[in-house]
Ligand binder design. Structure first.
Ligand code: ZN
Length: 120
């Protein structure tokens, strides 16, 4: 179980080419998560975007251009967005969860669910 968890939350490759509208993350278990930039930005987990509620809500409409991204420790990614926002720390576990959510959505309309803080 521990081994499985480690593989599903260990990225082996991150692709976010300049001008692209999606981020691709390859994981150690062979899975690839495809995350639209706007989807990622909407789920920014920082307190500035989310307040102090226990859930992370999708907040649409913010700048979704990824200027740069950096690894934080060896557990998370931090994005620098086109409007200068850069306080969201996306843990690998949270990114994996977002990937599942994005894949399940398949273009379906409707409200996006809030995500529990326990996965971050
Ligand atoms: Zn934020």
């Amino acid at each position: 179980m521990t081994t499985h968890d480690a593989k599903t939350t260990t990225p082996t490759m991150v692709r976010a080419p300049m001008g692209a509208t999606v981020l691709e993350l390859d994981w150690a278990d062979g899975h690839t998560s495809v995350l639209p930039n706007a989807f990622l930005r909407g789920y920014c987990p920082c307190a500035g975007c989310q307040g102090h509620s226990g859930e992370i809500k999708f907040i649409p409409g913010n700048n979704a251009e990824i200027v740069t991204l950096e690894e934080v420790g060896s557990y998370a990614l931090l994005f620098n967005w086109g409007d200068g926002h850069s306080s969201g720390i996306y843990t690998f576990r949270f990114l994996r969860r977002l990937g599942e959510l994005s894949a399940a959505e398949q273009g379906a309309a409707g409200p996006r669910p809030a995500i529990s803080r326990t996965v971050t």
